[in-house]
Design a protein around this ligand. Structure first.
Ligand SMILES: *Cc1c(COP(=O)(O)O)cnc(C)c1O
Length: 337
């Protein structure tokens, strides 16, 4: 049976062209700052997101943790969206690695509610324990991959009243394509951003955090403290360079296929059976009566997907799917739910 894997955009495998490019990468010991491919990747990402320096890290989670450790002190309050990756999907890493206190706020529009942000910033100043950082996830996965535009960012900057903003931009590339906005425009008002190479861009591994040279200097130390100092990492960084060049423009295909999948299911199943909220990027959420049973039934028919903490099915489109795979998945989903 041909299995259609919609669990995540991380399941892609490097193409033959990407592998060939990686094999040719110039490398060196990045622990000594001597890997030209890593340096090139960090520079290219920095140019795209509008920051002067960057740091290649093993994963999106490591990017978040290194950034938090570099931008906060233990005990600091940090505001996050209630359903943020930082809060829900990192096994409590922020508490263990950075010792910070997360303050979660309402995120139905995909970003921390600015009114709640403004209130919390004021409250914590009054008690002399100021909020140290505000984290924004762009796109915001649990609300259906909502891209956060520059107007929303501007309203957060205003509410933050000088408190620094960090962007967990694992899917910032998707946001940029969906909004038709340069990544750097979406990062305006933030002090740092983490972007992922192994999600929609389909490289085998890695994220890059970007910010000021001074921030990256601290981040380099924090990365070492987490055991993330890399050596001939240029082999992997080259996958990222290839992905930025060849796979970034094709994210629009993933978004089109997510719309296709949603519309096939919507036209054949009533919302009482499968309720699909608006699709913004490459993520399709489906509210069903019994999500755990549905995941099982779908797996038996050769469609793999995940269940979010709130109980919706999550279907993610990615580079290893074509229209045929989407049609196949849609027909199996309709037959199973
Ligand atoms: C996937 C993801 C991460 C973590 O990336 P890993 O490489 O899986 O550690 C962090 N933040 C967001 C928003 C993500 O989607």
């Amino acid at each position: 049976m041909h299995v259609v894997d919609l669990r995540s955009d991380t399941v892609t495998k490097p193409s033959a062209a990407m592998r060939a490019f990686m094999m040719e990468a110039e490398v060196g010991d990045d622990g000594y700052g001597e890997d030209p491919s890593v340096a090139e990747l960090e520079r290219r990402v920095g140019d795209l997101v509008g920051f002067e320096a960057g740091l290649f890290v093993a994963s999106g989670t490591m990017g978040n943790q290194v950034a938090l450790r570099s931008l906060t002190q233990p005990g600091d309050p940090v505001i996050v969206a209630a359903r943020a990756h930082l809060l829900q999907f990192e096994a409590g890493a922020s508490a263990k690695n950075a010792g910070i206190q997360l303050l979660s706020v309402e995120d139905s529009r995909g970003y921390p509610d600015p009114n709640q942000v403004r209130d919390l910033v004021r409250q914590y100043r009054r008690i002399h324990n100021p909020v140290r950082l505000i984290a924004v996830e762009n796109t915001h996965m649990p609300s259906g991959g909502v891209p956060i535009g520059s107007e929303a960012m501007a309203s957060l900057v205003e509410a933050a009243d000088g408190t620094p903003i960090y962007i967990d931009g694992a899917r910032l590339w998707n946001a940029s394509v969906a909004l038709g906005a340069e990544p750097a425009v979406l990062c305006r008002g933030a002090v740092a951003v983490s972007t992922c190479l192994s999600k929609g861009l389909a490289a085998p591994m890695g994220s890059v955090i970007s910010g000021s040279a001074e921030f990256i200097q601290r981040a380099r130390v924090e990365r070492a403290r987490l055991g993330g100092r890399l050596r001939q990492a240029g082999l992997m960084a080259a996958g990222g360079i290839f992905a930025l060049e060849h796979h970034r423009p094709r994210l629009a295909e993933d978004h089109r296929r997510a719309q296709l999948l949603a519309s096939r299911i919507r036209t054949q199943l009533s919302p009482t059976v499968a309720d699909i909220p608006e699709v913004f990027t490459n993520i399709v959420l489906v509210a069903v009566e019994n999500p755990d049973r549905s995941v099982q039934a779908l797996a038996e028919r050769g469609v793999l997907c995940n269940v979010l903490p709130a109980g919706q099915l999550r279907l993610v489109t990615h580079a290893d799917l074509d229209d045929e795979a989407i049609e196949l998945a849609a027909s199996r989903i309709v037959a199973s739910l």
